[in-house]
Design a binder for this molecule. Structure first.
Ligand SMILES: Nc1ncnc2c1ncn2[C@@H]1O[C@H](COP(=O)(O)OP(=O)(O)OP(=O)(O)O)[C@@H](O)[C@H]1O
Length: 373
């Protein structure tokens, strides 16, 4: 790799002190993982070329928020034609839907997504109304299966996922298989509709069929007010899959373990927290836990996946299931716990869970009521 190879992006950062959005040219050099930034307006160097070990080229996609030396920079565009050409073709987008019949297989499906090299740009669990489903599937209005399809799609929550990757539209459709799950079973037991679907209507998953559909469907689920999130704030607690575990592709395995243990996941969403949000969310640990500054750094280092976890006595039982905060200790005394299995150290310990019963609803509300609005 040439040491001069570099990609250019346009990034935005909201400067809360000045109450304004600043725009930067962000240059990424893959040969040594270094980043250089220029202020677009003043044309001045903002950051000299500096190594950033955590940065990966795959994190630089439009819409993603990247933590660059404690600033949450949102990538809003490619910065030059070379980058658009080289990177753009590896960043096709498609919309996947996990339909009501496959919600219980959420963990396996998320694992398959990562195993196939996709990035999850955004994900949300929602319920759509009858009218919203009829609008979404409007092209099938005259078909005889339409009433069955609508009834099925409103029968429970769904998870909409924006996927990014090379040839994402075709590759995702080939991973899920043909519309009719029975045909999928004939074609190969590895196909997701073969594994999790039942018939032509109850077929577990959706995938956009063209770039135009993908664009329309992604803005339906992520750029509009369609659908309501499914958080219920009742017998629930908060689980946050930390950015390091998401980046390492462990989210599917963690979700799977939670479901196998008998917890219900009643809401899910992806969030990129900036410094203000991360400090606010972790405020109870400030001055109490000496790792607090590092916990804030970790939380704002990339996208996290937040779950509302439901069970009887949810906060205490789920906290027990996560295990001791230090994964080293967890591996010795509670080797089956989430932190023992997926954590690295006290800060990168795979998951945050609510520590105090009285905070459970507040933490769930922080994401699904406050940040969602
Ligand atoms: N012949 C059919 N009988 C019953 N249901 C059907 C039939 N064809 C399609 N459907 C339902 O309508 C949905 C949309 O149909 P479409 O033809 O767009 O299939 P698809 O593109 O494979 O599926 P999707 O759009 O969900 O990815 C299907 O996923 C399925 O749930």
């Amino acid at each position: 790799m040439s040491t001069d190879e570099r990609y250019c992006f346009i990034g935005e950062w909201y400067d809360s002190q000045a109450s304004m959005t600043r725009t930067y040219q962000v240059l990424f050099y893959p040969s040594d993982n270094s980043i250089e930034m220029f202020d677009v307006k003043t044309r001045r160097t903002f950051l000299k070329r500096t190594k950033n070990e955590a940065a990966k080229l795959t994190d630089f996609f439009i819409g993603n928020t990247i933590n660059i030396f404690s600033r949450s920079i949102k990538i809003v565009d490619f910065g030059d034609a070379f980058t658009a050409r080289c990177i753009g073709r590896n960043q096709e987008r498609t919309l996947a839907i996990i339909k009501p019949d496959a919600i219980r297989n959420l963990g396996d499906i998320v694992s398959t997504i990562y195993e196939n090299g996709f990035t999850i740009a955004r994900m949300r669990m929602i319920k759509l109304s009858q009218n919203e489903i009829m609008y979404f599937y409007g092209e099938h209005k005259a078909k005889d299966f339409f009433p069955r399809l609508v009834e099925f799609m409103i029968s429970g929550p769904i998870v909409a996922i924006e996927l990014v990757g090379s040839d994402a539209i075709n590759r995702w459709r080939s991973i899920i298989g043909p519309t009719d799950s029975q045909k999928a079973k004939e074609q190969g037991s590895h196909l997701l509709r073969a594994r999790f679907g039942t018939d032509g209507t109850r077929n577990a998953l959706h995938g956009s069929d063209s770039a135009t559909s993908a664009q329309r469907e992604i803005s339906f689920f992520f750029g509009s007010k369609y659908g309501t999130n499914t958080a219920c704030y009742n017998d629930t607690t908060c689980c946050l899959i930390k950015p390091h575990a998401v980046a390492e592709g462990k989210a599917g395995q963690i979700i799977n373990a939670i479901l196998i243990a008998g917890f219900q996941i009643s809401a899910i969403g992806t969030y990129s927290l900036d410094k203000v949000n991360a400090e606010e969310f972790l405020e109870v640990y400030k001055g109490v836990v000496h790792e607090y500054p590092k916990m804030v750094e970790e939380l704002m280092s990339g996208a996290c996946i937040v779950l509302e976890v439901r069970s009887q006595n949810a906060q205490a039982v789920f906290r027990d299931f996560c295990g001791p905060a230090d994964p080293e200790i967890a591996r010795h005394i509670r080797p089956r716990t989430l932190r023992a299995l997926y954590g690295k150290d006290k800060v990168k310990n795979a998951v945050h869970c609510t520590d105090l019963a009285e905070d459970a609803t507040l933490e769930v509300e922080y994401f699904f009521r406050i940040l969602d609005n």
